[in-house]
Design a protein around this ligand. Structure first.
Ligand code: PEP
Ligand code: MG
Length: 873
């Protein structure tokens, strides 16, 4: 019989896939002899089984849960359901990858109308007992029964008002008793049945709720943006409760072993006396910094320091700990590798090498490539920011600079961002429902909550700039405005946030491009020592090419020449070429384009300082260059000296029902070889010119959209004839190569033939995905969202290479291409070339290089290094 439930003492760190991160670490800490409240983990396989059994926990698993509960009772010395000496537990989710705020916790499970009295007598603390019960009812109702918490919060706040008190802790036991009665009435009113009194029923319902939450829309969304497969499932941890709300010798808190915002080596965290876990993160009471614990309770502080450093050394990573002090005794409730900003990640990795805790190789594995993205985005322009006046400030919860329009809800954020607006989400405090809005926002501002509040933790994880707990910001979420010291900001007004300093500006502030320096440069240099894949950039102008070069690109893997055709006066010459009625007319128009195109290539070669440059010949269907509007057509007709009707009929002739599968790519050069001839002249003449000035450029000419070797053979012959003649006439030596993109499935399948002509392959995975799946790359987004919701796809195949299908085409092309040409150069230039997971795949199938947008070059460098460390070539 399969084992679905494990006691903490049976578990260890290596069981993360089965028991989730939290469960595996609780097991590991138990074996390290740390003070861990004991319990057990219901495995991720039980979650999968739950879904296979139509969302039911089957009898086998139930029995294993109750058996593990019986074993835990022995360890704890209490019996579940014993009303005199109640055994209470917490029920918490714990997936393989940490998903902060995505799934919920239930504390104090096991309480009922009788047990609450038992707890009160046993602890001699009636207030504590009823406080625990009211918390349990709220959490159970919210998480298990999906009754909105606000129903209970209203009752609670009304009581506080009635009593004229401000703090929760000012309510008496009697008050809390009355609150519990009202909570139960509310529960019954909304649910149509009384609050469940049987602890075992409560437990099974809670475990089911955690499993169910694995598939809620927030979890789905979080999984998708973090590439977490649905199949993993979540585990559930059932752990003996310890109480931080037993009076002033009790408390609870969270701490990081280093500063998660800056990486500084110092214990960093917050705690509250006489409180339970959610009080710290909910932002209702303002927690104290952990350093004050040293004064409040030096003994516990010392013990905590020892444990945190032991854990950091053990896991060789910065830890994020949750702890509770129950009547002067310290317990650790969980540990995990802490989420951190990109700056902190770099600093911690480098410091740990200097401290001798990590090798350089290990340090390179510690920084998530996608995280670097935040460092590559603009920062505030130092000059402008000097003169900008901050209106107030909050906590510098997640660094970076953000400027955008104020919005007050996640939905508005998503709507406005979809319209191309840059937005800043302003809320009192965020909750898991806001996750989608946070992901599209430039920055997040909250008026409540500390450095470990939901907003702070989630924003840091996403790399979104965040200023939290700005108390002077008075938010009115319903009426869509906020005020700061009397100044009012409405939805749509601009503000700017500095997540590094915590300052808030009531205006737009100019930003500047990022650079790779300091810790960033150091880690990148280490990464370069370990990588086998080369990293190039997709760039088609001087500015992008220089940016890419500064970010460490080792060449250009894709210059889309059509982008050069749209600029300024060129479009006119391009249009002349398109509507030309004869070869002579077309050649005349191409003559006009030649010097411009040549100049483009000179600039690119120079920007790359002799590194390889791959130039792809004209790819899109010609009609994309023609005007659509009547006025524009009239203007162009006048310029060309032809009638409106004549031009209009040419445009109509060029119309295609399915242009993506139409007259584009190599097909254009087959119909109009003179286009390829002009582009060859420009490529070769430009190279000759820059090489005269000391560079050693060897142009790589790339023919797009080939599906049959004879297409390539035909165009290549034109290219070679032209190139060789120019080189001969110039009396110079110039090496160049002609290759193709592999972006049509047939090209991948006939790569052995294609390699006879192609001197290199570059995978165009945008088109290969489009044609491999038969999904239009322009329209698939509209229906893929249904695929995610229905768990048909976990991720967007246009963002991450579909290894099984599209990846298989790539592997066939790699293997077969090498049969013909063993040393064939192999690259990728689709969007996937900058996606860390796809970069790893490209490394594993043996490509020579990846090529991506300039801003993703450092990400690809790091991903390539990690791939080679994990699977050396
Ligand atoms: C591709 O298809 O992957 C590619 C790089 O070409 P484009 O995106 O220009 O079609
Ligand atoms: Mg393409």
């Amino acid at each position: 019989m399969s084992k679905f439930v494990y006691l903490f003492k049976e578990a260890n760190q290596s069981m993360k896939n089965l028991l989730g991160g939290k469960g595996a670490n609780l097991g590991e800490m138990t074996s390290l002899g740390l003070p861990i409240p004991q319990g057990f983990t219901v495995s991720t396989e039980a979650c999968t089984q739950y879904y296979e059994d139509n969302q039911k926990i089957n009898e086998t698993i139930k029995k294993q849960i109750f058996d593990a509960l019986a074993e835990t009772e022995k360890i704890v010395g209490k019996t579940f359901g014993d009303n005199k000496n109640p055994f209470l537990v917490s029920v918490r989710s714990g997936a393989r990858a940490s998903m902060p705020g995505m799934m919920d916790t239930i504390l104090n499970l096991g309480l009922n109308d009788e047990a609450v009295d038992g707890l009160s007598k046993q602890t001699d603390n009636e207030r504590f007992a009823y406080d625990s019960y009211r918390r349990f009812i709220t959490m159970f109702a919210d998480v298990v029964m999906e009754i909105n918490k606000s129903n209970f919060e209203k009752i609670f706040d009304t009581k506080k008002d009635e009593k004229g008190v401000e703090l929760d802790t000012d309510l008496t036991a009697e008050d809390l008793k009355e609150i519990v009665e009202s909570f139960k009435d509310k529960y019954e009113e909304l649910k149509g049945q009384p609050f469940p009194q049987d602890p075992k029923e409560q437990l099974i319902l809670a475990v089911e709720a955690v499993f169910r939450s694995w598939d809620n829309p927030r979890a789905q969304y979080y999984r998708r943006i973090n590439n977490i497969p649905y199949e993993w499932g979540t585990a559930v941890n059932v752990q003996a409760m310890v109480f931080g709300n037993m009076g002033d010798s009790s408390g609870t808190g969270v701490a990081f072993t280093r500063n998660p915002a800056t990486g500084e080596k110092a214990l960093y965290g917050e705690y509250l006396f006489n409180a339970q876990g959610e009080d710290v993160v909910a932002g209702i009471r303002t927690p104290k910094p952990i350093s004050e614990l040293e004064k409040d309770n030096p003994k516990i502080y010392k013990q905590f320091l020892e444990i945190s450093s032991k854990l950091e050394n053990h896991y060789k990573d910065m830890q994020d700990l949750e702890f509770t002090i129950e009547k002067g005794t310290l317990y650790i409730l969980q540990t995990r590798n802490g989420k951190r900003t990109a700056q902190a990640a770099l600093k911690i990795a480098i410091d740990m090498v200097e401290e001798g805790l990590l090798t350089k190789k290990e340090a390179v594995l510690k920084v998530g490539p996608s995280q670097l993205d935040t460092l590559l985005h603009p920062q505030f322009d130092p000059k402008t920011i000097e003169t900008a006046q901050a209106i107030t400030e909050g906590l510098n919860a997640s660094p970076g600079a953000a400027t955008g329009k104020v919005v007050f809800s996640a939905e508005r954020a998503a709507e406005m961002a979809a319209n191309g607006d840059k937005v800043i989400l302003v809320r009192e405090e965020t909750s898991p429902e806001d996750i989608e809005g946070m992901a599209v926002a430039e920055g997040v501002l909250t008026s409540r909550g500390g450095m470990t509040s939901h907003a702070a933790v989630v924003a840091r994880g996403m790399g979104t700039c965040c200023v939290a707990g700005a108390h002077e910001v008075k938010v009115n979420e319903e009426s869509l405005f906020f005020t700061v010291n009397g100044k009012k900001f409405n939805e749509g007004d601009y503000i700017s946030l500095d997540g590094t300093s915590g300052k808030i500006y009531g205006e737009k502030v100019k930003t500047v491009e990022a650079t790779v320096s300091g810790d960033f440069a150091k880690l990148m240099a280490w990464a370069d020592e370990f990588r086998a894949l080369k990293v190039r950039a997709n760039a088609d102008n001087k500015r992008d090419a220089s940016q890419a070069y500064d970010f460490g690109a080792e060449g250009i893997g894709l210059c889309r020449t059509e982008h050069m055709f749209f600029e300024g006066s060129r479009i006119k010459a391009v249009r002349e070429m398109i509507v030309a009625k004869s070869l002579e007319e077309r050649e005349k128009a191409l003559e006009k384009l030649l010097p411009m195109q040549k100049q483009d290539f000179i600039e690119l070669y120079e920007a790359m300082q002799g590194h390889p440059v791959t130039i792809r010949y004209l790819d899109p269907p010609l009609h994309e260059f023609l005007p659509n509007e009547k006025d524009d057509i009239e203007d162009l007709a006048k310029d060309l000296g032809i009638t409106f009707e004549e031009l209009n009929s040419t445009i109509e002739d060029l119309h295609e029902t399915n242009p993506m599968l139409g007259h584009r790519g190599v097909r254009l050069s087959i119909t109009y070889p003179e286009i390829a001839v002009m582009q060859t002249r420009a490529v070769i003449e430009a190279a000759i010119e820059v090489n005269k000035n000391g560079l050693d450029v060897k142009p790589e000419i790339m023919i797009p959209l080939v599906g049959e070797v004879k297409e390539l053979k035909y165009v290549k012959a034109e290219v070679v004839k032209t190139a060789d003649q120019i080189i001969k006439e110039a009396g110079v030596e110039l090496q160049y190569s002609v290759g193709t993109m592999i972006e049509i499935p047939r090209a991948a399948l006939t790569a052995e033939d294609i390699a006879k002509e192609a001197e290199f392959f570059s995978f165009g995975t945008n088109d290969l995905t489009q044609m491999g799946f038969g999904f239009s790359r322009d329209d698939a987004g509209k229906f893929l969202s249904d695929y995610y919701k229905k768990n048909i796809f976990n991720e967007d195949p246009f963002a991450h290479v579909d290894e099984k299908g599209i990846g298989r085409l790539m592997t066939i092309a790699v293997d077969d291409g090498r049969k013909t040409r063993p040393d064939i150069k192999l690259g990728i230039c689709g969007e996937h070339g900058g996606d860390p997971k796809s970069v790893e795949f490209c490394h594993n199938i043996g490509l020579t290089y990846v090529s991506c947008s300039p801003f993703r070059v450092p990400i690809a460098r790091l991903a390539a290094a990690q791939a080679n460390i994990k699977n050396p070539r």
